[in-house]
Design a protein around this ligand. Structure first.
Ligand code: PAF
Length: 297
C-alpha cells in the first residue's frame, strides 16, 4: 500500500530517500523551513548505473500539519533537535520518527525530552552527493538499518521497500556507524585527505589508538565490539569509499558546522561518565572544533 513519508532534511540523503520512495510508488513530502512555500518541485537523481530519473516531490513547511505515516529525519546531527521542534508541535505522538543522522546524543536527548513520541533510529552507509537543491547523485550502494529507540509499534512497509532492514535492537548498529565515523571523519577533516588515504601505514597507530579507546567505552556502555573489529570496519569503509571526501571534510570546506560533537564529542562524554581515557578522541574533538571555528571566522 502506498505510504506517505515525510522527510525532514533536504540534503543528499534526504533527497536520495525521497527519490527511492517515489520509485517505489510511495508519496514522500519534503518538509522545508517553517513558513516556506508549499509546492510540487521536480527533482533529479543520477542513479549508480548513470541513468537519470526525475520525480515531482511535494514540499511543505515543517510547521504546517501534514498527514504522514512516518517522519524520516535526515538533517545533520546538530540540526535534528531544532528542525524537529515545529514538527513535534503537530505530529501525532504515535507516528514513528526515525533519526538517521551520523553520531549519537540527539537520539537519546530527544527520546528523553519527548517521551510520549514514537522514536526510532537508523543508519545507512550509502554514498550520495547533493548536486543542487533539487538534484542528487547516488554515489555508493550501502546498507540501511532501523529499529525502535524507545517503545515499540509498527513501521510502514515503505521503509522496507527502500531497503531498510528492521532490527529489534538498533544501538549496536548505531555504535558501529559511530565507530566508522569516529575513525574516518575527524582524521580526513584534520589532514584534508580523501577517505582512502587513511589506509596508508602512516595513519595506523592513530587509528589503532582511536579503536582501543572506543572499544573500552563501548564495553562500558554494554556494547560488544573489539578494537580489532573497529579498526577493520574503519579500514574497509575507507577502502570502499576511497575517493570520497568525508562529510566532515566537506563541512569544513564549505564553512558549515560539523558533526564532531555527536561523533568524537559523544565518545569523550561517555568515556568521562565511566572514568575512561579517551585522549585520542578528545584530541580530534579539539582539532576539528578549532578548524571549524577558523573556517567560520
Ligand atoms: O560521514 C561520512 O562521510 C560517511 O559516513 C563515511 C562512512 C565516513 C564515508 O565518507
Amino acid at each position: 500500500m502506498a505510504a506517505t513519508l515525510a522527510i525532514l532534511g533536504g540534503g543528499a540523503i534526504g533527497q536520495l530517500l525521497a527519490m527511492d520512495l517515489c520509485q517505489q510508488q510511495h508519496s514522500p513530502i519534503l518538509l522545508t523551513r517553517p513558513d516556506s512555500a508549499t509546492g510540487i518541485i521536480r527533482h533529479q537523481m543520477q542513479r549508480l548505473d548513470g541513468s537519470v530519473q526525475h520525480h515531482s516531490l511535494r514540499h511543505a513547511p515543517s510547521n504546517q500539519p501534514q498527514h504522514c505515516d512516518a517522519v524520516l529525519v535526515t538533517t545533520k546531527a546538530y540540526q535534528a533537535e531544532a528542525a524537529l521542534a515545529p514538527v513535534l508541535a503537530w505530529l501525532p505522538a504515535s507516528t514513528p520518527i526515525v533519526l538517521l543522522h551520523n553520531g549519537m546524543g540527539p537520539q537519546q536527548r530527544l527520546a528523553q525530552r519527548f517521551p510520549t513520541h514514537n522514536w526510532w533510529a537508523g543508519m545507512l552507509t550509502d554514498g550520495a552527493l547533493k548536486r543542487g537543491p533539487h538534484s542528487v547523485s547516488h554515489t555508493g550502494q550501502g546498507v540501511r538499518y532501523l529499529g525502535p529507540l524507545a517503545g515499540q509499534g509498527r513501521m510502514p512497509e515503505a521503509v522496507t521497500d527502500i531497503g531498510f532492514i528492521s532490527e529489534a535492537t538498533i544501538l549496536p548498529r548505531l555504535w558501529q556507524k559511530l565507530a566508522v565515523n569516529a575513525l574516518i571523519n575527524p582524521l580526513t577533516a584534520c589532514y584534508g585527505c580523501a577517505n582512502g588515504e587513511l589506509i596508508r601505514p602512516g595513519y595506523r597507530a592513530e587509528l589503532q589508538r582511536l579503536s582501543d579507546e572506543l572499544a573500552a567505552v563501548a564495553k562500558a556502555e554494554g556494547i560488544t565490539m573489539t578494537a580489532e573489529q573497529i579498526l577493520t570496519w574503519g579500514l574497509s569503509v575507507a577502502e570502499a569509499t576511497c575517493g570520497n571526501r568525508s562529510s566532515m571534510l566537506q563541512d569544513i570546506g564549505a564553512n558549515r558546522s560539523t558533526e564532531i560533537d555527536a561523533i568524537s564529542g559523544f565518545v569523550v562524554e561517555r568515556a568521562q561518565a565511566h572514568g575512561l581515557n579517551a585522549d585520542a578522541h578528545q584530541h580530534n574533538l579539539t582539532r576539528v572544533r578549532q578548524l571549524s571555528n577558523r573556517a567560520q571566522a
